[in-house]
Design a protein around this ligand. Sequence first.
Ligand SMILES: [Fe+2]
Length: 249
Amino acid sequence: MGRTRYLILSDIHSNQEALEAVLRAVHRRHYDGVICMGDLVGYGASPNPVVTRIRKFKGLVAVRGNHDKVCSGLEDGRNFNAAARQAAMWTLSKLRPENKDFLKSLPQGPKEAAPGIWLAHGSIPEEDAYLFSDFDAYQVFESSPFQVCFFGHTHFPMVFQQRAGNVELIPLKEDLVELTLMPDARYLINPGSVGQPRDRNPKAAFAEYSPESRRLVVRRVPYDIASAALRIRRASLPESLANRLFLGA
Ligand SMILES: [Fe+2]
């Protein structure tokens, strides 16, 4: 049986430098598909380069994030904070038509990428809900028959494992974490955010997964934060969006 390998990306948030650093780190790796849990844009200052690059991936399976909806005009962003809304309105004005159409065409999650392997932006029952606690995870495990579901939205890398009815949080605190998923367990996996990490580690976060071996690798890679921040300042977007990249917060 051939071995399938997926690249897993979430919450890129118009951060071209972070996305390029991730792709450089894996440029010798072959992937059969790319799983993307949404929020390609918003906050950052490179929406067109990021969306153009994502559109080129072979075997892309993606769902929309809340920022993708507002930045493409599908929603008005009235539930966003001021900085997020300002960045979304700026993005809406800058997106080329083909990139805006691509964002509008992204499906609502959850979606099945392969048998048993699902993806969702925030949560399964509600695409924009935040999945943070083991209780949140328990409810999601009970809601749907997935084996493994990748999610994003919180920008915090974490794994929830459900085995024999118990839900356990597996923290992802190192820059390289390798796990072999148990065949008799189910998993909710957040690889963290490529373009706006919030767990006090400013490095870009991503994962890869091989279903046949059940091998999950979650990685952090450094990127040129100064350049990404400078783009945000030059676009006259809120200073806070530049500063938080250095902190990973
Ligand atoms: Fe996000």
